[in-house]
Design a binder for this molecule. Sequence first.
Ligand code: PLP
Ligand code: COI
Length: 341
Amino acid sequence: MTVNLDWENLGFDYMELPYRYDAHWKDGAWDEGGLVQGGSLTLNISSPALHYGQSAFEGLKAYRTKSGAIQLFRPDQNAARLNRSASQLLMPAVPTDQFLAAVKQVVAANAEYVPPYGTGATLYLRPLLIGVGENIGVAPAKEYLFTVFAMPVGAYYKGGMVPTKFMVAETYDRAAHFGTGQSKVGGNYAASLQAGKYAHEHGFGDAIYLDPIEHRYIEEVGSANFFAITKDGRKFVTPKSPSILQSITRRSLMDLATSVCGLAAEETRIPIDGLNDLAEAGACGTAAVITPIQSITYRDHVHQFGDGGVGPITQKLYDTLVGIQNGDVEGPAGWVVTVEA
Ligand code: PLP
Ligand code: COI
């Protein structure tokens, strides 16, 4: 059924699996695409993805339920976001049906690598859309590759649901106000490497960015969105900004904060000098799931949330979200999609 791996101790590392999916776009249309073996691409050396960052990607996971079934979490939202990113970089949209079929085919073909229920590990899927073919001036590509590959992963931040220290990257911006921050494009991640390296070298899980205009309001983490629970225990708040990624996990937590925890959920500006108003904070995303924020270091000040442990609302949101993803808790209609393997 499954291959023999040390599932409980997987990190977030690349592993080549037997199958991926490739489709090619040329002369205005996608071919039908299909499964391909191997982990290497052959590209023209002048491909715009390589030089000019005409490259967008997605991240989603396949989960093994208690009964052994395999399910995806809101893959239609990833399809929609990939196409918003594609539009910003002048790349052709991938039809939603083709995106969903590609993801399902890759999961089914690599089903023995979908980690067993209860191990905490999942199968991470990486859809990727890149401009390829001959090109040297700064212009959109004339050909595109859409590929989906996968690998089993464990926690992105060490320990997973463990309170983690973050720092504010005051001298770095991840994205410009009218830039590509809301798209999941390669350049945003290249721009986050320096701050991420600085944060890791100084003992932090990651860097938190501030808004690129005033450097006053929290934006997000290099690879996850930010959320918090206000001190009065009544609100789930998360940054409102044109330059952050619209996280599918965050959107889901906003819904669960309302429906399960009875909170108001609000996208609002969160000032970095207003941390005293917050009782709990976390980073959320597909890879990060929910990573509780133990403290935020800003300039010389370390702000600890509560007693530095996992707050009760963060824990409830985590249990509900992961419960839905693993098939133990019934979620809102349409959130979970079964894969026939
Ligand atoms: N923000 C950034 C910069 C990310 O890379 C991610 C990961 O996808 C997220 C937020 C979380 O988004 P999602 O919950 O859709 O995975
Ligand atoms: C994800 O959560 O899917 C991400 O893309 C985060 C990171 C690995 C880039």
